[in-house]
Each structure stands twice: as structure tokens, then as C-alpha cells.
Design a binder for this molecule. Structure first.
Ligand SMILES: NC(=O)c1ccc[n+]([C@@H]2O[C@H](COP(=O)([O-])OP(=O)(O)OC[C@H]3O[C@@H](n4cnc5c(N)ncnc54)[C@H](O)[C@@H]3O)[C@@H](O)[C@H]2O)c1
Length: 371
């Protein structure tokens, strides 16, 4: 086992470590023991991850003398709803959860968000540890404490900020992740370079193919750098009043694309974010605030890695700029009034703007759907 990086999320009494390494799952019991109030945990996971990675986790819990029970959910975004939240909370109560029991979220962002929310509300809050098993969850959703579920009014509309006690990001578990999911997670990796770290973007341009293709050292580097970037932003702005919103780069467009495809596997979140970031560069370029060369460099990088740059056709899908704009107006972030866009002055220089002319947005969408 190699723990190659430890990233600290500084939040006063709620600070915690993110351990990034190769083979952490097999040592997870010993690694989490210091943060457990009692050696007793309940593991929440999904069926796919249970089959692939519970056998790697369970012996390490036994070896560390940690008693455990498990709750296994169906995989997929549809699980992130009130019905499954109720199931998990009741499952925890049936397992005789007490204030000293720790919940372990073993899985992708769906398990992390749902289980984290259950941990936030059962007995008015118990501790939890994140063991993210997708690249997206390792670089984004397991860090920062946002937990929640989707409702029929939209995604992530009910939830809580509840920080984990520890995050264990083991790049070895990514071996079993389908390539499409790796690419979707990679979009969130490169996002950190695009929003405020041109050097990290240059690193991605040089090493992105290695990250995609399974080089463990490159994956550790990418996950650790992403966690460092997110940890800094979260420490400065935990509740997203300001800078944390930069993490939503590309997301106003992405959420509209996902709403159009009904949050189905027709378009994964990371794929939508990739397309959204290209749109954000195109919008910034057309507003004259971003050099055309930077927009082109980003597009070329995405093409090299195999990330989508325009909304994909297939399944008889017809995209319309007007209906994407309608989705944007319904987005959660628009509820407080003016739609906010994260634009860019160039690679590594994202800025928040609430004064964007919707006709320019329409033009960008029109170009993308016609491409
Ligand atoms: N809380 C946050 O800050 C935050 C940030 C970004 C995204 N999210 C949320 O994250 C969710 C998406 O997360 P995701 O992309 O991880 O999706 P996911 O959890 O649905 O995982 C994707 C698929 O991969 C499978 N899987 C997981 N680990 C695997 C492994 N190691 N090997 C093989 N298969 C594996 C899962 O069973 C699932 O079918 C969305 O609900 C999104 O809203 C939350």
C-alpha cells in the first residue's frame, strides 16, 4: 500500500484529511480507526460496487477489529431520491445505529451524496467516512461536504452540508471503472486547471492520456491536485456565497443539457460538464473577454482525450437552443434572480458574471447544436 498524498481540508473543528494512494482499500480499517468514535460502522454502497469492492474492504475492517453491517442500494442516479433516503435511514435505525456509529459511504457520487445526507439527518447527525470509487467522486463529490438527493423539481434540491471525518481515495479501485466513467471524471479534473491553475492545465495536457489509460502514479497526481484545489476553495467558502461558485464552471450549460436528457445515461454529468466548459469558453471568446487561442487549446485537449465538445446525437435526439435556455431559467441557481454564468478570461482565469446577455448565450447554444 502506498499513501502518496494527504490533503487537509481546513475547516476548524470540522477539518479532515483526504488520503490518496494505491491500495488504500485493503488498509481502510486501520486508516479509519483513529477517526471512529467506536469500532462500529455501517457501510452503504451500491450493488455494482458491493460485488467488486466490498470483498476488498471487509477483511480490512475485521483485521482492525471494526464491527460492520452493510446496506446495499441499486446503482444509478435514480437511487438518489426520497424513497431510498428513507430506506437508508430506516436501515440504519434497524441496525441499531447510535451516535458513536460511523457510516461508510463506499461508491460513486450517488452513494456519497445519499449516504452523506442520511448521516446528516439520522439521530440529528452521525459521523461518516467517504470511500469514493469513481474518478468523479474522488476528485469532486466526496470532498466539501455537499450531500443530498434529487426531487421531482430538480437535481440536488434537498440536502445538507455535512463534512466527512475522512476521505480515502484509492486509485486501484478505478481499474474496474468503465472508460466512459473515467472520462466523465476527468472532465472535473481538468476543470480545476481551467478555473484557476494554468500550470495544472498544462500538466493535464501533458499527462491526461496517462490518467485516462490507467497509469496509477498519474492518477494519484491528478486526484491529489484536484482535491487540493477543491479543499482550498471549500476552506475559503464552505457554503458557496462566493468563490466556491467557480467550481460550477460549465455547469449552467451542463445542467440544461442533463435536464434535456432527463439525467439519464444518455449523457453523464461529467460529459455534460465537458460540453458546458467548451460552451463557456465559446461564450467568453464571443464576448471578447477570452483569447481565441485559449478556447482552441482547450477544445484540442478535449478532442485528444476523447471528451465530447458538442451535445451528442444518437437515440434520435434533436437538440434545441430554445429548450436549453428554458431549462437554464429553471435551474436552482437562477431561483434567486438573475442567471449567473462562470465565464473565463483565459485558461485558469474563471470569473462569475450575472450580467450576461441571453442572446449571446443563445448564439453559443445554436452554434453547438448545429455543429
Ligand atoms: N456532492 C457534491 O459536491 C457533488 C459534486 C459532483 C457531483 N455530485 C453528484 O455525483 C453523482 C454522480 O457521481 P458518479 O459519476 O460517481 O456516479 P455514480 O455514483 O452513479 O457511479 C457511476 C456508475 O459507476 C458504478 N461504479 C462506481 N464505482 C465503480 C468502480 N470502481 N468500478 C465499476 N463501477 C463502479 C456505479 O455503480 C454507477 O453505476 C451525481 O448525483 C451528482 O449530482 C455531487
Amino acid at each position: 500500500m502506498t499513501t502518496s498524498a494527504t490533503v487537509r481540508v481546513e475547516l476548524g473543528a470540522r477539518s479532515y484529511d483526504i488520503l490518496v494512494g494505491d491500495g488504500l482499500l485493503a488498509e481502510a480499517g486501520a486508516l479509519m480507526a483513529p477517526v471512529l468514535a467506536r469500532p462500529r460502522v455501517i457501510v452503504v454502497t451500491d450493488e455494482t460496487v458491493a460485488k467488486l469492492h466490498l470483498p476488498g474492504l471487509e477483511p480490512s475492517l475485521s483485521k482492525a477489529g471494526i464491527a460492520f453491517r452493510k446496506i446495499v442500494l441499486p446503482p444509478g442516479e435514480r437511487t438518489k431520491d426520497f424513497a431510498h433516503l428513507q430506506g437508508v435511514v430506516e436501515g440504519l435505525l434497524e441496525a441499531d445505529v447510535d451516535r458513536q456509529t460511523t457510516l461508510i459511504a463506499l461508491g460513486g457520487g450517488v452513494v456519497g451524496d445519499l449516504a452523506g445526507f442520511a448521516a446528516a439527518i439520522v439521530l440529528r447527525g452521525i459521523d461518516f467516512v467517504q470511500i469514493p470509487t469513481t474518478l468523479l467522486a474522488q476528485v469532486d463529490s466526496s470532498v466539501g461536504g455537499k450531500t443530498g438527493i434529487d426531487t421531482r423539481h430538480g437535481k440536488n434540491l434537498a440536502g445538507a452540508i455535512h463534512q466527512p471525518k475522512l476521505v480515502l481515495a484509492d486509485v486501484a479501485v478505478l481499474e474496474t471503472l468503465p472508460r466512459r466513467e473515467i472520462l466523465a471524471g476527468y472532465a472535473e479534473v481538468v476543470k480545476y486547471g481551467l478555473i484557476r491553475d494554468p500550470q495544472f492545465f498544462a500538466w493535464c495536457d501533458e499527462n491526461g492520456l496517462k490518467v485516462r489509460d490507467g497509469d496509477r502514479a498519474a492518477r494519484i497526481e491528478a486526484v491529489a491536485a484536484s482535491c487540493r484545489a477543491k479543499a482550498q476553495i471549500v476552506a475559503a467558502d464552505e457554503r458557496e456565497w462566493g468563490e466556491r461558485a467557480l467550481l460550477n464552471f460549465g455547469h449552467t450549460f451542463a445542467h440544461a443539457l442533463e435536464a434535456e436528457t432527463g439525467y439519464s445515461d444518455e449523457l453523464l454529468h461529467g460529459e455534460a460538464v465537458a460540453i458546458g466548459m467548451i460552451m463557456a469558453f465559446d461564450l467568453s471568446r464571443s464576448l471578447g473577454i477570452c483569447p481565441a487561442d485559449d478556447a482552441l487549446r482547450v477544445r484540442r485537449h478535449f478532442e485528444k482525450i476523447g471528451l465530447p465538445t458538442v451535445p451528442p446525437l444518437g437515440r434520435g435526439r434533436k437538440w434545441s437552443a430554445a429548450s436549453l435556455i428554458a431549462h437554464m431559467r429553471h435551474d436552482k441557481k437562477a431561483r434567486e434572480g438573475q442567471l449567473r454564468f462562470i465565464l473565463t478570461r483565459g485558461i485558469g482565469q474563471a470569473v462569475i458574471r450575472a450580467d450576461v446577455d441571453m442572446r449571446s448565450v443563445g448564439d453559443v447554444l445554436q452554434r453547438a447544436v448545429a455543429a
